[in-house]
Ligand binder design. Structure first.
Ligand code: SF4
Length: 244
């Protein structure tokens, strides 16, 4: 196996196999082979985007301890970071969304924790949509949804969602991997774009796990994908301007 051949194979539009991905992931981060792969990824990215970056801004409708046991998430109640719920009013949510728009965001993401009331999410979302320019793209970042709910998300004015099957879903989280996948299918069937990532990558994840997830994210033709590493937070998150 050679890196040159695998890059050539991907240029031909072929999907790399699990073994080929594991081979590429196996090079040290500072090796010539890794830089070769990064350069090719950069080339593809610039070709697809016309060398134009997008700025995505996210506001959270609530900050709250979440009953889902995602070990890597600061909202998970077991991590004891957030002890009480704080919610934005519709007026505050609209103000933050308009600020994101005015600051030049290409897409405004609206996030909630997994148990945020769905009806409330829809109502505030419609209010946000009414107050943004028609061309401003709205993206939802919410929990798993049925097809019926996915259609309501679309009807509330969203162009898409961010949704991911996370690494070690069902082991490091209390959510069902099947439910995550089904939600992604529901969102797409409802006509929503789905953005995703291989996440949250940490030192414990093997190249085999990463390869399997890379193949999965590619399999459903997301509107974008990437990788996101896990980032440790500190107590200062409680003092961000949005909530202070
Ligand atoms: S479901 Fe979402 S908000 Fe809740 S703990 Fe998991 S990642 Fe965090």
């Amino acid at each position: 196996m050679r890196v040159d051949d695998l890059i050539e194979k991907s240029r031909d539009g072929s999907t790399l196999s699990r073994e080929e991905l594991i081979y590429l992931l196996g090079f040290p981060p500072d090796s010539p082979e890794t830089y070769q792969v990064l350069a090719e990824a950069n080339r593809v990215s610039k070709e697809l985007s016309g060398s134009r970056a997008e700025v995505h801004a996210q506001l959270a409708l609530n900050l709250a301890p979440c009953p889902s046991r995602c070990l890597f998430c600061s909202f998970a109640h077991i991590n004891d970071v957030f002890t009480e719920e704080i919610k934005l009013t519709p007026e505050q949510a609209v103000a933050y969304a308009k600020q994101c728009e005015a600051d030049g965001a290409n897409a405004v993401f609206v996030m909630t924790t997994a148990v945020y009331p769905f009806e409330e999410f829809l109502e505030i979302s419609q209010e946000i949509r009414r107050n943004l320019k028609p061309e401003t793209v709205l993206i939802a970042n919410v929990g798993d949804q049925s097809l019926k709910n996915a259609r309501q998300v679309r009807d509330a004015g969203y162009a898409g969602v961010y949704h991911a099957l996370r690494l070690r879903e069902g082991t490091d989280t209390s959510l069902s991997p099947e439910a995550r996948k089904e939600s992604i299918r529901n969102f797409q069937e409802a006509g929503l774009e789905v953005g995703t990532c291989v996440e949250p990558v940490g030192p414990e994840h093997t190249n085999e796990e990463l390869a399997v997830m890379i193949l999965y994210t590619g399999s459903f033709n997301p509107s974008y994908s990437g990788s996101a590493r896990r980032i440790a937070i500190c107590a200062c998150i409680r003092l961000t301007p949005q909530w202070s």
